[in-house]
Write a protein that binds this ligand. Structure first.
Ligand SMILES: Nc1ncnc2c1ncn2[C@@H]1O[C@H](COP(=O)(O)OP(=O)(O)OP(=O)(O)O)[C@@H](O)[C@H]1O
Ligand SMILES: [Mg+2]
Length: 256
């Protein structure tokens, strides 16, 4: 059995297509056990707006006051997670939703409390428990909420959370599913991306906003244990007849 971690962007949860789920099923048929981690950016933003709570981003991370934290957990665990589980079920995939501070699935620590508030980075992953669920044939759907010090909870950027999980599980594949076809350069899809290219695109501003934590998390997971890392769209098929679409990280530049 192979393991794949799929990070599903909050940006695309409302637009996941049937062909996306078809690709998921094809992976499962080809021997992959899948673990989902999701974000919830747009849904959290609209709830913050409804409740007249202001929030801002620093380098793609949401500055999280206690009030923003409560709303982020409410939306992620109470709404986004539920929606994703039901969508998987309606496509015939058995899934269970978990808020990741439960059972220490994700433990986290503050990144910089003064600057970012209740934002954490993952310090440990309860990988045994996640694997047990997979072995039972249930697909875990995890929020990016971590258990912090002194029983606090922390808001973890979903790309960071997924990257930590992919590394802890030594996943064969790590897919970052978003609302664009992959990493774009002047409107064109880059089918491959090296670390060097990624760093210069970030410096030049070609890669910006939410694509920054995504690409850095992708690079962070890419290692001798996690050999295949892709950034793909959830609006279409990302895997069909053995072929992968989107942007794949590579060690060397590949000319196609
Ligand atoms: N070079 C680039 N190529 C493609 N997208 C880019 C690039 N630079 C910036 N982006 C932006 O990054 C966005 C994807 O990141 P974003 O954080 O918005 O979504 P997500 O991570 O899928 O969702 P969430 O953060 O809610 O989990 C794209 O919609 C696009 O606007
Ligand atoms: Mg994002």
């Amino acid at each position: 059995m192979k393991t794949a971690v799929v990070k599903c962007g909050g940006s695309v949860i409302g637009e996941l297509s049937d062909s996306f789920f078809q690709s998921m099923k094809e992976m499962m048929k080809n021997g992959y056990r899948i673990v989902f981690v999701h974000g919830g950016g747009p849904e959290i933003n609209s709830m913050l707006e409804k409740l007249h709570v202001k929030s801002e981003f620093k380098d793609g991370l949401r500055v999280t006051s206690k009030e923003v934290l409560d709303i982020a957990e409410l939306v992620l665990a109470g709404s986004t997670n539920r929606k994703l589980v039901r969508m998987l079920q309606s496509h015939g995939i058995e899934a269970i939703g978990i808020n990741s501070s439960d059972h220490r699935i994700l433990q986290a620590d503050f990144i910089n409390q003064d600057e970012l508030g209740y934002v954490g980075d993952v310090t440990s992953v309860h990988q045994e428990f996640i694997q047990n669920l997979c072995e039972q044939g249930v697909l875990p759907v995890l929020t990016p909420i971590g258990l912090g010090p002194n029983h606090t909870i922390l808001n973890v950027n979903a790309d960071h959370a997924a990257s930590a999980i992919a590394k802890a599980l030594q996943a064969d594949r790590f897919l970052m599913v978003t609302d664009v076809d992959g990493v774009l350069h002047k409107g064109e899809l880059l089918s491959t991306l090296t670390e060097k290219e990624a760093n210069s695109f970030i410096k030049e501003g070609v890669i910006n906003g939410g694509m920054i934590p995504k690409v850095t998390s992708a690079l962070n997971a890419f290692s001798e244990y996690v050999n295949h890392v892709h950034i793909v769209s959830g609006k279409k098929s990302f895997y069909n007849a053995g072929k992968w679409y989107g942007t794949e990280l590579t060690k060397e530049k590949v000319t196609v």
